[in-house]
Design a protein around this ligand. Structure first.
Ligand SMILES: NC(=O)c1ccc[n+]([C@@H]2O[C@H](COP(=O)([O-])OP(=O)(O)OC[C@H]3O[C@@H](n4cnc5c(N)ncnc54)[C@H](O)[C@@H]3O)[C@@H](O)[C@H]2O)c1
Length: 270
């Protein structure tokens, strides 16, 4: 029996690992032909081979490389139906201030606010790290939307899914650059969606909570445990659970969803 996405071409960035890989497998299972992007050539090749798709190795922050890859994929496969802008990185040094954070939490609970030590999350942020975060996430999503629309608009059909984060909805003091980049993706999604809604193209954003992928490798055990206490489900999500939302948003069940923002967070309380 033909799958719901039979013959459709899906371009997924950062699909060599985690959420992108799970989305690649999920869409391929429903018949989509997958174009796997990743910065890491080995990962891209492994996933592309296992889903029978193509691999394109480039940095999503590089607009020219993005355009060239999308154009080449369309040249080889004849169409582009789905773009998932997913590639991303975690903030650096995410666990280095956990001890200080825990001490401050205790002091706050005891009402000893005056004794709390400055966290210096913003002061310690370098220009390079700020730029890196915005270039990969926000510029990457912009490049992906633009490259995709150049093919989707003439065809008057298409689905774009941008991967934001719950931290784009509810910013984290610990990662202002990540939160800003992810909030920007939500604004980009809504702006683009309203422009192209009448052209048969749906653009939506997903805001994952904490999903157990290699992105969280730098998180210490104690930080992970602290995060889980703030998740209603009492555990992190699995990439496959997130991939179901991607599948919904690119499939025939979601024709009226556009400019919309969907959390998949297991009841994350922020
Ligand atoms: N895992 C989570 O808890 C979580 C939560 C919210 C949002 N997200 C977002 O989901 C997306 C996927 O994250 P993940 O958890 O699957 O991470 P991951 O590290 O497992 O996978 C990300 C992939 O993106 C690739 N990548 C990184 N920078 C790239 C670039 N500049 N160009 C091309 N590829 C690049 C990496 O090589 C990697 O294979 C990211 O945008 C992340 O911010 C993840």
């Amino acid at each position: 029996m033909a799958g719901a996405l039979e013959g459709q071409v899906a371009f997924i960035t950062g699909a060599g690992s985690g959420l992108g890989e799970a989305a690649a497998r999920r869409l391929a299972a429903d018949g989509a032909i997958i174009v796997v992007n990743d910065l890491d050539g080995g990962r891209a090749a492994r996933v592309a081979e296992s889903v029978g798709g193509l691999a394109f190795v480039f940095d999503v922050a590089d607009a020219q490389a993005f355009d060239a890859a999308v154009d080449e994929a369309v040249r080889q496969l004849g169409r582009l139906d789905i773009m998932v802008n997913n590639a991303g990185v975690a903030p650096r040094d995410v666990s280095s201030k956990t001890d200080r954070q825990i001490k401050n939490t205790v002091l706050r609970a005891e009402g000893r606010i005056d004794e709390m030590v400055p966290m210096n999350h913003l002061i310690d942020l370098s220009d390079e790290e700020w730029d890196r975060m915005l270039r990969i996430h926000l510029h990457g999503a912009f490049h992906g939307c633009r490259a995709a629309l150049r093919h989707m608009q003439p065809a008057r059909r298409g689905r774009i899914v941008n991967i934001s984060s719950v931290l784009g909805l509810q910013p984290s003091a610990g990662a202002p650059h990540y939160s800003v980049a992810k909030a920007g993706i939500i604004a980009l999604t809504r702006a683009v969606a309203s422009e192209v809604a009448a052209l048969g193209i749906n653009v939506n954003a997903i805001c994952p909570g904490y999903i157990d992928t290699p992105l969280l490798t730098p998180f210490s055990e104690i930080l992970r445990a602290a995060i889980v206490t703030r998740i209603g489900k009492g555990r992190m999500g699995r990439p496959e659970e997130l991939a179901e939302m991607v599948r919904f948003l690119v499939g025939p069940e979601s024709t009226y969803c556009t400019g919309d923002v969907f959390s998949v967070s297991g009841g994350y309380m922020g």
